[in-house]
Ligand binder design. Structure first.
Ligand code: C5P
Length: 234
């Protein structure tokens, strides 16, 4: 189940034409691992996943499922049939929901995509988590517990900021995967990300996968930017 360190490009494009034109840039050389999110999946449907798979890319389908266990189990069985490589759920759905997700994803031959949990969204501040969600613990303790729950449910890892990756590894073991967004090159604009890390630093901290969006998708030369990520991180 363990996979090698890799760079995942967040393909935050609104439609098929834009994403396929972008991926056409990578016809030669290494085929990037790509992340497809809700916007593209909801606008283009499962066919966009099949098309990108046919082109030889690995896919992280970032749909963050969160529902009753039975519904999540069945939805995951459908996603598993799409032959994606990584999917995710909200750890807030409970251990039972995460177990159901893992069962649904598992194919008759025992193989399955990697299954990752979102602990707390980075858009949620500790203050709002406490006042609106009535979670009295600190953000750090909440993330640690949710990561442990994910491990108990047999998941492969969590999405977290690089800052939390060390904590998660300490709590859950070095083989528990950390998938970390918020990546920027040295000296580049942060955009709307708050806690940013370079690919090289993410490697030092122990991230297994970095998720990189605009530093590659909005670069003057996306292939060069992607190759720079690979050089620094792999
Ligand atoms: O363009 P940028 O590199 O900021 O994109 C980061 C990607 O990672 C986006 O698709 C964003 O939605 C996603 N992400 C994130 N922070 C999280 C979880 C996902 O930035 N905690």
């Amino acid at each position: 189940m363990r996979m090698n360190r890799d760079v995942i490009i967040a393909c935050d494009f609104s439609g098929k034409t834009q994403v396929l034109d972008f991926l056409d840039l990578f016809k030669e050389g290494r085929k990037p691992f790509v992340k497809i999110g809700m916007e593209l999946f909801y606008s283009e449907g499962p066919e966009i996943v099949r098309e990108i798979k046919r082109r030889g890319h690995r896919i992280f389908l970032d749909l963050k499922l969160h529902d009753i266990p039975n519904t999540v189990r069945k939805a995951m069985a459908v996603l598993s049939g799409l032959d994606v490589d990584m999917v995710n759920v909200h750890a807030a759905g409970t251990i039972a929901m995460m177990e159901a997700a893992r069962e649904g994803l598992t194919r008759p031959d025992g193989s399955r995509p990697l299954l990752i949990a979102v602990t707390q969204l980075t858009s949620t501040s500790e203050e709002r988590m406490q006042s609106e969600l009535l979670i009295g613990a600190s953000m750090e303790d909440t993330i640690s517990l949710y990561a442990l729950n994910a491990r108990k449910a047999g998941l492969d890892g969590v999405v977290c900021s690089p800052r939390e990756a060390g904590l998660v590894k300490d709590m859950c073991g070095k083989d528990f995967l950390t998938v970390t967004p918020g990546i920027r090159f040295e000296g580049a604009a942060a955009d709307d990300q708050v806690r940013i890390t370079t690919p090289a630093r993410a490697r030092e901290i122990g991230s297994d996968f970095i998720v990189v969006g605009r530093p590659v998708t909005a670069a003057a030369d996306p292939v060069a930017a992607y190759n720079k990520c690979i050089e620094e991180f792999i």
